[in-house]
Design a protein around this ligand. Structure first.
Ligand code: KG4
Ligand code: ZN
Length: 342
């Protein structure tokens, strides 16, 4: 079969990213222009700023991706673009750019779901990974336990009722004085701190036993910090970070193992920005080893938002016949199950 090069575009949040991916899993280039420094001034992503920055740099990011892969548009067989979920203005920049390229170069356009892309990051790092498997997806905006039925169909068996795991990391980080996005600072601090220093609650969640709730845990940390300030007591923030991270790991790993056991999965994957967390990686690895499950995790460079994962998923979506035309629009919220019906 002829080799297939995909030019992939990702602009759903605060990274403008383009990649060239060959046959799904061979990453020829992967350029990510991050806006984090600018949003940090405001303690979180400012949607209007995100859209403007995407518009300013997308052309150059795409040019760099082509140059690094030693390609021109003539070598590109399809364009894959994230169309949902995400910040609508941010998504629209990538979508408009992708539509323009597809029209001018007369090549097919493939719409890709951002979370499906995060899951696909695992195929880049582990080309041997074959569905079905169970995937824990933990990012800044989503926390899901997903049955990956095949490369383009999913069943979400657990979801968060409030904050996403990454959001919780970032809010706790801010409470103990780390800059946005604080997940990686918590990760680093947790390596030094004492995970037994504080006992945080495991939230009770009504409904499905694989669902998550992180707002109670976040509030428990905020209350601990406020109480100690009021009493004039000092807290060792590394200890707070370590105790918090340990609790998050227990929740995430506990629910994933329960779902795997109940639903009969022995193949587990991890995806999303929080999959870079060393505590989550280690605890999941330990739990899987204990049960004899195979565990797949993306390389660290493919954990956060990037376009290589979109190019990878775009390839499988292309093979499954998914195409978009010039009417393609961004969708702020769209479940993985909804795209499985298409
Ligand atoms: O998947 P992602 O890059 O963007 C979304 O799609 O939301 O995830 C970003 C999230 C942020 O909340 C960030 O703090 C978190 O991933 N994150 C981490 C780590 N690296 C990134 N959280 C915990 N530990 C890390 N090492
Ligand atoms: Zn993401």
């Amino acid at each position: 079969m002829r080799k297939m090069n995909i030019l992939a575009i990702e602009s759903s949040c605060d990274e403008t990213a383009c990649a060239i991916v060959k046959d799904g899993t061979e990453v020829l280039s992967n350029i990510v222009a991050t806006q984090i420094a600018e949003h940090r001034l405001y303690g979180g992503v400012v949607p209007e700023i995100a859209s403007r920055r995407h518009a300013e740099c997308i052309y150059q990011v795409a040019e760099s991706a082509l140059a690094e892969a030693n390609c021109t548009l003539n070598d590109v067989d399809a364009i894959a673009v994230t169309y949902a979920p995400g910040l609508i203005g941010a998504l629209l920049v990538g979508i408009s750019f992708a539509k323009g390229l597809a029209l001018s170069a007369d090549i097919p356009l493939v719409p890709v779901h951002h979370i499906a892309g995060h899951i696909a990051a695992n195929y880049i790092s582990h080309p041997d990974l074959e569905p079905p498997y169970l995937c824990l997806v933990v990012s800044g905006g989503h926390s899901h336990i997903v049955e990956v039925l095949d490369r383009t169909r999913y069943r979400v068996v657990g979801r968060t009722h409030d904050d996403a795991a990454g959001e919780c990391f970032d809010k706790v980080a801010r409470t103990i004085g780390y800059e946005y996005p604080g997940g990686k600072f918590i990760d680093a601090a947790a390596k030094i701190g004492n995970p037994d220093a504080y006992k945080f609650p495991h939230p009770k969640v009504d409904g499905c036993e694989y669902d998550f709730s992180f707002s109670g845990l976040k509030t428990a940390v905020i209350n601990l910090v406020h109480n100690s300030v009021q009493k004039g007591q000092s807290l060792v923030r590394e200890d707070v970070a370590a105790s918090f991270q340990r609790t998050v790991c227990e929740i995430l790993v506990g629910k994933t193992m329960k779902a795997a056991e109940d639903l009969g999965y022995k193949k587990i994957a991890l995806a999303g920005g929080v999959s870079a967390n060393s505590g989550v990686r280690n605890s999941l690895a330990e739990a899987c080893k204990k049960r004899g499950y195979d565990l797949y995790m993306p390389d660290l460079k493919y954990c956060g938002d990037n376009a290589a994962m979109i190019g990878c998923q775009g390839y499988y979506d292309y093979l499954a016949g998914k195409r978009a035309d010039q009417t393609l629009n961004g969708i702020a919220t769209l479940s993985l199950e909804k795209i499985s019906e298409i």
